[in-house]
Design a protein around this ligand. Structure first.
Ligand code: SAM
Length: 211
């Protein structure tokens, strides 16, 4: 097993999309509900960073958000288009969310659900968070869900990449000059198509508002 190779941007997710029709399922994560509740919908602009097949982007777009749904995996986006069809307000974009030109920036909300730990080391994660902060308008919201280093990662059978696990406090510190309205560090146990055995992660959930 090894960490993501330099230049490999997706943390090995693309290979997993090749083995499953809808890897992360259709139901939105609670983070999308939490972000949606803080936005003025319809009309709010949202970046879904590392959108995967789009379960969160679709949830928000269906409620009137204007969403840039960005993923580095062409396969994830192809699956999302097939699974959810066309939605007004939803733009699928392929690329590295740290560098891609974004269509609707600045945003009222940025959602990063289970993306950051798949980036290449602490510097890669920090670059993503800097981008999210920079593309958020004053009064806008960042909503982050990320595995942290309190519980070791248990890879599914055959997985070849290890996530970047950083301390919960490190994430909270990145937003020390914003209004952090939620910052939890809890064990979450679940299963999904790529990892059928129930498994536990230590999960940081953070919601911060730009002054
Ligand atoms: C664990 S999946 C989560 C998908 C989705 N956010 C969800 O909650 O269903 C992580 C996603 O991040 C994408 N990803 C990894 N690195 C990325 C990058 N640098 N820019 C954009 N997407 C990236 C992967 O391709 C993968 O689809």
């Amino acid at each position: 097993m090894r960490a993501a190779a330099p230049g490999q941007l997706d943390g090995g997710c693309d290979a997993r999309y090749g083995r499953h029709e809808c890897l992360w399922g259709r139901a939105p994560d609670g983070l999308a509900h939490a972000l949606g509740a803080r936005l003025e919908l319809p009309g709010a602009t949202v970046l879904d960073a590392g959108c995967g097949e789009g379960r969160n982007a679709v949830y928000l777009a269906a409620r009137g958000a204007v969403v840039d749904a960005v993923d580095v995996s062409a396969l994830a986006i192809a699956h999302g288009r097939r699974e959810f069809g066309h939605l007004p307000g939803l733009t699928w974009m392929r690329g590295d969310v740290r560098t891609l030109t974004l269509r609707h920036a600045p945003f009222d909300g940025v959602l990063a659900c289970s993306l950051l730990h798949w980036l290449d080391g602490q510097a890669g994660v920090a670059a993503a968070l800097e981008r999210f902060r920079a593309v958020t308008r004053p009064g806008g919201v960042n909503a982050v869900m990320v595995f942290n280093d309190r519980v070791p990662y248990e890879p599914p059978a055959g997985e070849t990449h290890l996530p970047t696990l950083l301390p919960h406090a490190w994430y909270v510190d990145r937003y020390s000059d914003w209004d952090v309205v939620e910052a939890s560090d809890e064990d979450e146990t679940g299963s999904h198509a790529g990892h059928l055995e129930p498994h536990t992660h230590a999960v940081t959930r953070l919601i911060a508002v730009r002054p």
